[in-house]
Design a protein around this ligand. Sequence first.
Ligand code: GLA
Length: 380
Amino acid sequence: MSISASAVAAFTSAYGEEPAGLWAAPGRVNLIGEHTDYNDGFVLPFALPQRTVAAVGPSPDGTFAVCSTLAPEPVTFGITEPGEVTGWGAYVAGVVWALREAGFEPPAVRIAIDSEVPLGSGLSSSAALESSVLTALIDLGGLDVPLERRPAIAQRAENLYVGAPTGILDQSASIRCEAGKALFLDCRSYEIEQIPFDLAAAGLAILVINSNAPHQHVDGEYGARRKSCEESAAILGVTALRDVGVDDLPGALDRLGDEVLRKRTRHIVTENQRVLDTVALLRAGQVREIGPLLTASHASMRDDFEITVDQVDVAVSTALAAGAYGARMTGGGFGGCVLALIDAARADETAAAVAAAYAERGFTAPTSWVAVAGPGATKL
Ligand code: GLA
């Protein structure tokens, strides 16, 4: 059964009628630009074909209800403040709250969710949930919320209602990405450029390798990285590390006495430059040539930002040894997925090499697939 059909089935069984419509929003992989978003910097994600589907219909009694194929018993709530709905329902209650905070009146609805975005793998399953619900509420309510404002509303739901101090990467990707394109986003101005990303035409592919490593200490470590970046910016007297260019880096590092702050800053400053260099190469149609930038990004996350784990390091080194042009961890870190830029014909071979390397080390088996850039959030 497709996830659209299962979302409809969950809706009908929970609420005893057909939904008014279906809305879908994708997970994402970030091609390059990690932890740069909350430093006002640059990111370059593309949308996964895997999506979350929300079957939605009007509520007869003015309250909200949400269930899913994993949790068929509906969570119900009215107009709430942060903290009142907890658990997975908080993502949905948070979107309702954030829309109201932004001055819009969402209609009361009943929702059933199904998703094919792997949970807890750094592929933004939570942003896919927020974005599918947000898009449904905007469409059903006839709300005039321009596309460029939507990611910040979903982000506020996550930051202030759910309580995760994330940047704007995931929601922007889920809402603003287009099929066949990578989304070049300036996280300060929210300006975007859709960068053509047709790998198949170049005989290439992105292999996504889910390390299936258990996420550990993710929240605390993420917050600690963010704090270090803000501390560095304050010492350097800039609004955000975005304001430090690669040419200013040696001087900036001299002024930061602390070795941890120096490492964190070096990652952000060089990563922003790698995004700009990647975009320049893609604009020029030089896709294979971005490989070394991806690999350099990984080294920077491993050595300077210190957010990788053995499983992702092994996936990167094995993919490179198997002939990948470049490879890096994607997402927040401490587990999650690796992406490798490979010749399209070598996908099975590369996936098998990584699986063998994992088996040799006694790691949980990885899951790999070729990811093609899909569309952003939409009514089906
Ligand atoms: C998580 C966060 C994003 C971003 C990435 C790292 O996915 O939700 O905002 O910071 O980590 O690039």
